[in-house]
Design a protein around this ligand. Structure first.
Ligand code: DHB
Ligand code: FE
Length: 296
C-alpha cells in the first residue's frame, strides 16, 4: 500500500522565488526564513518521497473570478508552470500521477465531495515556491505531484471543517492506494497576511501561534472559526490557512512535529514552515530501527 509519510506546511510568497533567483538566501533579511528549511531537507533526503500531494490555492493562473471551483484536483500527466504576474523564472514542468489522482477523485466523490477534475492544469507560485524550498537542487528524478486547489480567493469559501474533512478523505484514499508510493503532503500559503484594502499589511501573531500550536495534535481546534472569522483573524489572504488545514487532515489522527519556524515579515506575510511526520512513518521507522538493532 502507498504510505503518507508526513506533511510540509509552508508559506508560498512569490518574493521567495526572487530571493532564490538572486542567491539571497543568506542575506540578513532572508536567512532566518531559509534556515527553517534545513531540517525539512534533511528529512526529505531520508524519507525520499516519490509523490507530493500539494494542497494550495490557484492565484488566477487557471481559475479566475468568472470560473472558480471550490475544490479542483489535478489528474494530468504533467503540470507546467506559467507566470501569473509576478515575473518569476519559469519552474520546470513537473510529472503527474494521474492514476493516483483518479483513485483519490473516485473515493472523494464516493464519500460526498464533488471536486472539479483537471486533466490539464498549470501550477503557480503556490506549488512551485514550496517545491523549490523543499528541493533547492530541483525536485528529485521520479517525483510526481498531485495538485489539489482550494478556493481561498472568491467567497463563498469552503469552511475550515469542510477542508479538514476533504483532507481526511484524501488521506484515506492515499493510504488505500495499491502501490509503493511514499507520499509527502504539502499545505501552502499563509500565515496571516492581507495584501490589499484598509488592513493591507495586517499580521496577527496570536492567531498564527494558535494555528501552529494546534495543527499537529488538535487540528479540529482550527475549525472553531468560520471563514469570515478567519479572514478577520488572519487577513484576507491569511485565509490560505485552509490549505494547511486540508493538508493536516491527510496525515491521519496523530502527527508528530519535527520542526517549526515562524518569522515576520517575509514580504507582506507572517512566514512559517512546519514539518509533521505521520504515525505510520514513525512506527515504520522504529520497526526498521528495531530490525537493524536485531541484525547488529
Ligand atoms: C504574498 C503572499 C502570498 O500568499 C501571495 O500569494 C502573494 C504575495 C506576499 O506576501 O507578498
Ligand atoms: Fe498566496
Amino acid at each position: 500500500m502507498a504510505e503518507v509519510v508526513g506533511g510540509l506546511f509552508t508559506s508560498h510568497v512569490p518574493a521567495i522565488g526572487g530571493a532564490i533567483a538572486r542567491g539571497a538566501q543568506n542575506d540578513p533579511y532572508w536567512k532566518p526564513f531559509f534556515d527553517g528549511y534545513a531540517p525539512v531537507r534533511e528529512w526529505l533526503a531520508e524519507v525520499k518521497p516519490t509523490v507530493a500531494v500539494v494542497f494550495y490555492n490557484d492565484h488566477g493562473l487557471n481559475f479566475f473570478l468568472d470560473c472558480m471551483p471550490t475544490f479542483a484536483i489535478g489528474a494530468a500527466p504533467s503540470y507546467a508552470n506559467d507566470d501569473e504576474g509576478w515575473g518569476l523564472q519559469r519552474f520546470p514542468t513537473q510529472a503527474g500521477a494521474p492514476e493516483l489522482s483518479w483513485a483519490v477523485i473516485e473515493q472523494l466523490v464516493e464519500s460526498g465531495f464533488d471536486p472539479a477534475t483537471c486533466q490539464s492544469l498549470k501550477i503557480d507560485h503556490a506549488v512551485t515556491i514550496p517545491l523549490a524550498l523543499a528541493w533547492p537542487e530541483g525536485t528529485p528524478a521520479g517525483l510526481r505531484i498531485v495538485p489539489i486547489a482550494i478556493n481561498t480567493v472568491q467567497h463563498p469559501l469552503p469552511s475550515a471543517a469542510r477542508c479538514l474533512a476533504l483532507g481526511r478523505a484524501v488521506g484515506e484514499a492515499l493510504a488505500s492506494f495499491a502501490g509503493d508510493e511514499r507520499i509527502v503532503v504539502m499545505g501552502t500559503g499563509g500565515l496571516s497576511h492581507q495584501l490589499d484594502g484598509e488592513r493591507a499589511g495586517f499580521i496577527n501573531p496570536d492567531y498564527d501561534r494558535f494555528c501552529l500550536d494546534h495543527l499537529p495534535a488538535d487540528p479540529d481546534a482550527l475549525t472553531r472559526h468560520s471563514v469570515h472569522e478567519i479572514v478577520e483573524l488572519a487577513g484576507t489572504q491569511g485565509v490560505e490557512i485552509l490549505n494547511w488545514i486540508a493538508a493536516r487532515g491527510a496525515l491521519g489522527a496523530t502527527a508528530h512535529e519535527l520542526s517549526r519556524t515562524y518569522h515576520v515579515p517575509i514580504s507582506n506575510t507572517a512566514a512559517a514552515v512546519m514539518l509533521l511526520e505521520t504515525e505510520a512513518a514513525r512506527a515504520g521507522g522504529k520497526a526498521e530501527a528495531r530490525s537493524e538493532a536485531a541484525l547488529a
